[in-house]
Design a protein around this ligand. Structure first.
Ligand code: FMN
Length: 191
């Protein structure tokens, strides 16, 4: 059995990024256990930059304890988010900042890797404008993945959603990304 953790970053009930993430998830293995979190319901406290995680192992704030456990157990992590002013919406950004305790584990406590389980990650982004490609968001998450023992394997970016509905091509792209994300080790790309 494999564990899939999904973190939704949209507040909208009819979220485009969530719809695409669900298409991506269609490709998951039959025995996958899926755990879903919505950043807007988690109300994660922002990182305080207090350095507490440099002195002790783990975050001094306890509100995400259960989430951290699920996150560390995941074989696959899917982030699905709209672009908000060029970045992640504040509730999701708070969670990403709270991964600072893994950075501290790696560099203050010298634990390598800071999370035992190696995992693959995917990012699904939707932006309302044509021009917004979420490049900085992708780059930032890719960088963060290095202390999360994660490999950002698949990225789906759909732009222009403020002027059009998601298309079949968008969903096909998400499914293709899912196929890449969940591809078995050693499986050939076009097999
Ligand atoms: C507060 C806010 C800020 C936004 N900022 C951007 C932006 O910087 N660039 C962009 O392309 N779209 C922006 N959008 C549009 C959303 O990214 C777009 O509607 C997205 O597809 C919504 O995804 P969702 O349905 O998953 O929430 C913004 C929307 C809101 C509400």
């Amino acid at each position: 059995m494999v564990n899939v953790l999904v973190i939704y970053g949209s507040p909208r009930a009819k979220s485009d990024s969530a719809a695409l993430a669900r298409a991506l998830l269609e490709q998951r293995p039959a025995d996958a256990a899926v755990k879903e979190y919505n950043a807007y319901r988690m109300n994660a406290r922002p990182c305080l930059g207090c350095g507490g995680c440099d002195r002790q192992v783990g975050c001094v704030q306890r509100d995400l304890d259960g989430f951290y456990r699920d996150f560390e157990a995941a074989d696959y992590v899917v982030f699905a988010s709209p672009v908000y002013n060029g970045g992640f919406p504040a509730p999701l950004k708070a969670i990403l900042d709270r991964f600072q305790c893994y950075y501290a584990l790696r560099f203050a406590h010298r634990v390598k890797p800071p999370i035992e389980k190696h995992r693959r990650a995917a990012l699904v982004l939707t932006g309302g404008c044509e021009a917004e490609g979420g490049e900085q968001m992708t780059a930032a998450l890719r960088q963060q993945c290095t202390v999360l023992n994660a490999e950002l394997t698949a990225v789906v970016t759909v732009t222009g959603t403020d002027k059009r509905a998601l298309s079949q091509a968008d969903f096909a792209e998400a499914r293709e990304a899912g196929a890449v994300l969940f591809r078995e080790e050693g499986e050939k790309e076009n097999a």
